[in-house]
Design a protein around this ligand. Structure first.
Ligand code: CP
Ligand code: NVA
Length: 296
């Protein structure tokens, strides 16, 4: 079987991604049905904080019959200078897959280059593909299809925006990203880039936002970011300018009053807490796909 990593979301085709999302819906309906990881372990390295990613992967691996090995970066020999290459070689002798949350994308690329098991990006500075899978699952549940939908992302053109644009394009979702100058997403095939939030949300089936200061951003840039991004807050007025029936999404953690209002975060159009749950179902389908291979 060909070794497939999941570092940016571009590693699976649109057809493969759509199949994975169908499988995620099956797994959501019957969470203990698959024992795809029986007897296997999965290493999950965290060099940055996490609530959702850690819990959803840890519980998801257990539900698949496997054993999650949580590794905090500062407790590993990596923190004392052991190479990524040696870490990959050793972990590959013990586990069926390796997940890592870190800063530079080069770190996950280096780990993947030397691992003989699949490596999964649990968030880097530039990518968060597992989040995008859960977000697309949430859209699919809401609308019954993905092809032809429009998702507006309003705020910082960050890792979450990039992964939505990359993975969304694969399954026929048009992603429009509205961000101020200096915080815009670099071009992604198929994505619409603008600095006007109202242009982005026009006709959109979902309006998405994320924090204005990410884990891998320099803390000293926080004040300037908040000032530049203030006109991009997801509030009731912006949501009302989207298509009728549009839903509000946020990958969490949220900062109510900053990038999203409480009214939207807890309002009737949000599907944010479903999104958080869907991390587990989407990632279980991903683990099955990467470890067991494509369905026969
Ligand atoms: N959305 C997300 O990745 O959350 P955590 O940072 O809590 O894992
Ligand atoms: N953009 C955010 C996402 C958190 C899940 C960050 O990188 O901190």
């Amino acid at each position: 079987m060909r070794l497939t990593h999941y570092l940016t979301g571009a590693e699976l085709t649109g057809t493969e991604t759509a199949a994975l999302l169908r499988r995620a819906r099956e797994l959501k309906a019957a969470p203990l049905h698959s024992r795809a990881l029986a007897g296997a372990s999965v290493a999950l390295i965290f060099e940055r904080p996490s609530t959702r990613t850690r819990v959803s992967f840890e519980v998801g691996v257990s539900e698949l019959g496997g054993h999650p090995v949580i590794l905090r970066g500062e407790e590993m020999q990596l923190s004392r200078g052991e190479s990524l290459r040696d870490t990959a070689l050793v972990l590959s002798r013990h586990v069926a897959a390796i997940g890592i949350r870190t800063g530079p994308d080069e770190t996950v690329e280096e780990l993947a280059a030397h691992a003989s098991v699949p490596v999964i990006n649990l968030l880097t500075r530039d990518h968060h593909p597992c989040q995008a899978l859960a977000d697309l699952l949430t859209l699919d549940e809401e609308f019954g299809h993905l092809d032809g939908l429009k998702l507006a992302y309003v705020g910082d053109g960050n890792n979450v925006a990039r992964s939505l644009a990359i993975v969304g394009a694969r399954v026929g979702v048009t992603v429009a990203v509205a961000a101020p100058p200096g915080h815009q997403l670099d071009p992604v095939a198929g994505a619409i880039l603008t600095d006007d939030p109202y242009e982005a949300v026009a006709g959109a089936n979902a309006v998405y936002t994320d924090v204005w200061v990410s884990m891998n951003d320099a803390p000293e840039t926080a004040a300037a970011r908040r000032e530049a991004l203030a006109p991009y807050r997801l509030d009731g007025r912006l949501l009302a300018a989207a298509a009728p029936g549009a839903i509000a999404l946020h990958c969490l953690p949220a900062h109510p009053g900053e990038e999203i209002t409480e009214e939207v975060l807890y309002g009737e159009r949000q599907r944010i807490w479903n999104q958080a749950e869907n991390r587990r179902h989407a990632q279980k389908a991903l683990l099955e796909r990467l470890i067991s291979g494509p369905p026969a």
